[in-house]
Design a protein around this ligand. Sequence first.
Ligand code: ZN
Length: 239
Amino acid sequence: MNPIRVTVWNEYMHERTEPHIAAVYPDGIHGCIAAFLREAGYEVKTATQPEPEHGLTQEVLDNTDVLIWWGHMAHGDVDDAIVKRVYDRVMAGMGIIVLHSGHASKIMEKLMGTNSGELKWRENGDKEILWSVAPNHPIMRGVPEKVIIDHEEMYGEFFNVPDPDELVFVSWFEGGFVFRSGMCYKRGLGKLFYFRPGHESFPTYFQKEVQQIIINAVAWAAPQGILKIASGHTPDDAT
Ligand code: ZN
């Protein structure tokens, strides 16, 4: 069987403009994520916002089974035509994993149909505990029920998204507040997993349990069948 084809997309702004972020992710957040996904056996490419067409040409998307999206400070600069292209590919069956501050991205808002940028936040380096509320979910394979992240940005409810099809994680933060940190949605023929951890100034994506969750989410989100469905006026199929 062919390996699952993953494209890791990063806005790639913090790492190029802020030395203390570059020190955490010297190869970029996309470089870190791509490395552990490759190690897991996936066929992985990266794409970034400054590239022509944000690195997401039709050809790239046509050859992507699962797209990973990390963005934060430049959501508004993402071309609407590229957002539509990603959206159409999700409708046709591509998986998408939206990470952390991608909650406020154009593609997330389009796929949610709500102002998903709305939530509480606090950048204090709180301890976070990711509690699984779906211990037998495919995304939990090899992951402990309780994952402690020593320092993270707090995100708090209410998070303005529709009720998920499946809720996998709820986060507790030491300074208060809870958050639905792992949520699964079906959109068209595609699947979306929103996963909260991953603020740019903390080394969250180097943590093994976090990596395992993303590795599992790729397998869960990957299309299982046909990605090109004929529609419209159709002649009689009888022979
Ligand atoms: Zn953040």
